[in-house]
Design a binder for this molecule. Structure first.
Ligand SMILES: Nc1ncnc2c1ncn2[C@@H]1O[C@H](COP(=O)(O)OP(=O)(O)OP(=O)(O)O)[C@@H](O)[C@H]1O
Length: 231
């Protein structure tokens, strides 16, 4: 579903180089030190950054020249996901139509997505009338109505407490299995993904240093750098 073939990208003095292949319906947790290039990796896939070399193929299509809005990808960030002056249902509706012109069928899809993330009945509220976790669930509902096969998550739950983070991770996992989504999630807390079946991707100094299953990485970190990082 996602293939990065010798992709290079540079910020002034930092050169990054990524090669990666993720299958349809797979979960990959991307982790590694601050400044390693995790967000850049997601931005390259989403199309917010353009590679200097190499190829990115998503769902069998070369993404060269394809703008973010036309990629089969939706991205959820840590914050800045919602418009403060729009209601919850309007914010979710933006995932279907940027001009808020929603048909009756569209409104049903919005209501169904809000139910799916446990926010049925919250549609008329404004974002400032919600908790941080509820706001991120609204953003997740908007990702759902966009109906793209790839979901990229850049530490979207980092500002939440441990219990809330656990519930959000479980919700993402349910969406992945119910909808067959391919999910890449940046997280500093590999430990919190312990229960998930998926791949761990360790990024350091602008490259993928090592990959394995989440379980293997937690049970026996394959490199001293990873053991150091995990503490
Ligand atoms: N717009 C930019 N201009 C120049 N350098 C940048 C820019 N954005 C990021 N960088 C640099 O690129 C490197 C990788 O940044 P990136 O945000 O991908 O790291 P990260 O692994 O996501 O870090 P964190 O865990 O702290 O969010 C860092 O050294 C950063 O300073």
């Amino acid at each position: 579903m996602i293939a990065l073939e010798d992709v290079t990208f540079r910020y002034e003095d930092m050169v990054m180089r990524f090669a990666l292949a993720i299958g349809a319906g797979e979960l990959a947790v991307v982790f590694g030190p601050s400044g390693a290039g995790k967000t850049t990796l997601l931005n390259l896939i989403a199309g917010f950054d353009r590679p200097d070399g190499g190829r990115i193929v998503i769902d069998g299509r070369d993404m060269a020249g394809v703008p973010p809005a036309e990629r089969p990808v939706t991205t959820l960030f840590q914050d800045h996901n919602l418009f403060a002056h729009l209601s919850v249902e309007q914010n979710v509706g933006l995932g279907i139509h940027p001009g808020l012109k929603l048909s009756a069928g569209d409104r049903e899809r919005v209501a169904a997505a809000l139910e799916e993330v446990g926010l049925g009945g919250f549609g008329k509220r404004l974002p400032n009338q919600l908790s941080g976790g509820e706001r991120q669930r609204v953003a997740l509902a908007r990702s759902i109505v966009r109906d793209r096969p790839v979901l990229l998550l850049d530490e979207p739950f980092a500002a939440l407490g441990p219990a809330q983070r656990g519930r959000m991770t479980a919700l993402v996992e349910r969406l992945r299995t119910d909808r067959g989504l391919t999910v890449m999630m940046v997280s500093h807390q590999l430990e919190e993904a312990r229960e998930l079946t998926g791949r761990a991707v360790f990024v350091q100094d602008g490259t993928i240093l090592c990959e394995g299953t989440i379980r293997e990485f937690l049970a026996a970190p394959p490199l001293p750098e990873i053991a150091d990082y995990l503490g």
